[in-house]
Write a protein of this length. Sequence first.
Lengths: 244, 174, 472
Amino acid sequence: MDNTSENKVEHKWGMVIDQDICTGCQACVVACAMENNISFVGEEDAGYGRGMQWIRVERFWEGEYPEVKSTPFQPVLCQQCGKAPCEPVCPVFASVHSEGQQINMQIYNRCVGTRYCANNCPYQVREFNWRDYERPTPLENQLNPNVTVRRKGIMEKCNFCVQRIISGEDLAKSEGRIPEDGEIVTACMQACPTDAIVFGRLDDPESSVSKLAKNGRGVKLLEDLGTEPVVTYLKGGSSYARNG
Amino acid sequence: MEEMKTLLALFEDIDPAADAVEKLRNMGLSDDQINIVSGIPVTEPMLGRPHQWTNVPRLALGGALAGFLIGLFLAIVTPLSYPIYVGGQPLIPVPPSIVVVFEMTMLGMLISTFLGVFLDSQFPSYKPKEYVPEISDGKIAVFFSCPQEKEKSIISALKFIGAKSVEPAEAQQL
Amino acid sequence: MPEMVNSKIKTPDEFSEHLMFDPLPRGVMNDMVMESMQTTSWKFWVVAGFLGIIVLVCLFGAWGYLINEGMGVAGVNRPAYWGIFLVNTVFWIGISHAGTFVSALLRVFKAEFRRPFTRAAELMTTFGLVQAGLSIFMHMGRVWLFYFLAPYPNARGLWPNFHSPLSWDFLAINTYLLASTMYLFLPLIPDLAMARDRSKGWRKILYRTLALGFRGTEGEWTHLRTAMNIFAFAILPVMFSVHTIVSWDFAAAMRPGWSSTIFGPYFVVGALQSGIAAVAMVLVVVRATMKNMKYFIRPEVFDSMGKLMLIISMSWAYFFFNDYLVQWYNGDKFTDILLHFHESGPLGWMWFMMLIFNVVIPWALLWNKKIRRNPTILFTIGLLINVAMYIERYVIVPISLTINRMPFTWRMYKPGVEVWLSLGTLAFFILLYMLASRIVPLVPVWEVQEGQMAHSLRKVGKATVPAVSELE
């Protein structure tokens, strides 16, 4: 990652998630796990709250079938906060703010595993490597060579597929242009069958993500905490006649 | 040339010891020829001794200053040299810097106080020294060096005041 | 003429139940301390051996297992990323505050009853901090990289992040550990000299080395006492700052129930609460098991400790209620849910036990002099207080972490290997203390003699009253 002052790329990356068209299919979860070499923790650990999905689809419901009332599906991932609460509390600077991409970075080889960042994240989107999880053959063949494989004791989280951002920008720079809108996609955006997830540059007013973020339905999660998340959720459900 | 002899007089209590010090002074010994060794701290005014200077407070202050500067270094110079922005906070935030500077100041003060004791008392020192084990049993020992010819008169005077013993002081391995 | 008899007037004889008015020759007291240090029965070695086994298996063995397998064998999960390890850390730092309180705060306030047990309390500080340090290391996911937290020039171009309360912890706890060890050692030097004069063999070599050639000259005493005065005053802000900084590990985070401005003083008072209770417990055991200690540690000590425990329990209740009332009142949805979860959740019984042991029992019993002076009862009350304080930290860490602002993630914490490791740290603490009692003269005899010299009886009118002279 090139962060020197001569080559600083000042782009602000953001995301919009339309909860009205999200079907809860969890293709984003699977794609993210494939792209980012996320470990499979097994049924027991996952049941104990140790699942390592960097994006999770939340919903709440009440009632018995067929009178079930439920909330819209809410994919929650790292909000890449402008004032990230996870950053100042890491004693070893493993969670820092990227000035080039304006996202929150997790530096794997610096992390000593105090887990303060995870406690301080109001969205609870940070995952910890509780063990060295096995990858029985032939699963190791699906590892993405662009992404580090993490060992036990390290914190990890969604980083907006920064490996794709960097390689996309490098490609564009080598061709003497800036990346087009929609050229750099995160794994979750790529996999979403309904295009509920839109990713792009928030600092480009013409990009689809900027335009969608201004939508009247747009809200941010836990906005009053002042964390300045860059993910905007377009509200769904109730007035849009899904479950009443 | 007068030959100086070092003698040790043991006393049970503060009053006879104080009288003894006065007596020795009357008999012509100067204050730096007299030393008191005791099993509990007996302050100088109790024995009529001159004030004992110590460097420990000055060293403590110096250590506090050194700690303060180290704290400032950690809080201010290190983020400036290797700037990393976190949490939307300024590079050198004031409240955390206060915590760091405070702790390093206290650490500097306390370490230098401790080492000051070592320095001033010349610890550790394992050479043979003049001492008798009765001192740690609460006795007060008055060491003094006097010229050879005064020795007998001083000894009898001290015994009269109430010294338990007046012996030549031998440097022995503690 | 009828005689007016007032039972409250003490006769000079009755004062001799106080240590300060029951002086023995220094040589006799020295003998007593040396004897109690060197007389060891076979029962001691049985207990020490048993504790040693627990330390090997439950501390080092289980820790090796934890490092090898990863944090997964502990009970931490999302959302309770911190669990018993942090509870232990806070608990042991709390215990360690007792020593400083006794040897520094009581010295500054010239509370004479502290004299016989300052060292016994200070040993608790050092060994408690060892356990706290171990617990901190245990909770780290990659503990072999612990040196990343140390501020020193290195080739990585990285210094620790001083924005983080954990970095403040690193500096503060190290400062406190060094300071309290130095403060333990300084008044120990004259007693080491005494031990050197009275031992033979390996002990003589040990004490001769550690006594540094101390004799008791005016210079040595002046330097020592000046230093001890500086330490007594300076270590108090360090003590307050350490537990405050530990509390900021929680208060600086934005979790419901954690981000409370009163955590600083609340934790300091909580530390004193568990610490003083622990000192009382240790003194009861020391007095019952070590020879000659009944001369030095008398019912008056338990009386004063009991009073302290009562007052501190009241302060704790004040701070607890302060924290609780403001959170209850202000209506933040998730804080509300958290408070209900504390009281009526699955572990609500722990919350009630905490209040009963920390408040109801001390307030009901410790006002009574007979109860305070009874070592067994005081030990029990101290034990219950420590159980309650452990529960308090358990409520603050894993139970409070269960409730956060993303209800989808709420999940209970179930301790795993931490239970063994906690047992290991407790056994290690007791073992270290027991071994130290064989090597370190437990009573600062020179301070006791100094105190006895300063205390005298005066007649004021018809009453005989105690008088304390300022010999310093």
